[in-house]
Design a protein around this ligand. Structure first.
Ligand code: FES
Length: 161
């Protein structure tokens, strides 16, 4: 087993911040056109020393183990960061604790970056872009089943531009 695989395995043994956040301020969802995996991230902000910073972040993944491992680490890393600081983090930085991602897994980190950017953009905009038509924020599983039915509430972001 490579060092990377070991780190993924260790992270998945105790993933952090997994699950829907009911009182989130914003939510972002992305899908990877490469593999069809999806990831949703929730952010909750708080005031600290006169600055608005991320109090907590959580995620739900319908995807591979690498994306879950990166999201687990990224949601820990985001705590205490301002939206501006968080927006500057790229996939490489978010997955830094795992070491360099193998070429086949680079888009897994980009999926996490995409969900974060999507959540941060939703934070500015009052109409959050992952809400379903009736205004309820659906679960990832519901979104996926809705997507399969007809119009999709999920914003698919091209990650490989
Ligand atoms: Fe697609 Fe990991 S294989 S997100």
């Amino acid at each position: 087993m490579s060092e990377f695989e070991e780190k993924v395995r260790d992270t998945l043994a105790n993933p952090q911040n997994q699950g829907e956040m009911a009182d989130a301020d914003s939510v972002g969802t992305v899908g990877s056109p490469d593999c069809g995996d999806m990831l949703r991230m929730w952010l909750k902000f708080t005031e600290k020393d006169g600055k608005k910073v991320i109090d907590k972040a959580s995620f739900q993944s319908f995807g591979c183990q690498t994306a879950i491992a990166v999201a687990s680490m990224a949601t820990e890393m985001l705590k205490g960061k301002t939206a501006e600081e968080a927006a500057k983090l790229n996939a490489e930085e978010l997955s830094a604790d795992l070491g360099a991602l193998p070429p086949m897994k680079i888009h897994c980190g980009q999926l996490v970056e995409g969900a974060l950017k999507n959540a941060l953009s939703g934070e500015d905009a009052p109409d959050k872009n992952t809400s379903s038509e009736d205004g309820n924020t659906s679960t990832l599983a519901q979104s996926i089943s809705q997507q399969n039915k007809s119009s999709s509430p999920i914003k698919i972001v091209q990650l490989d531009d």
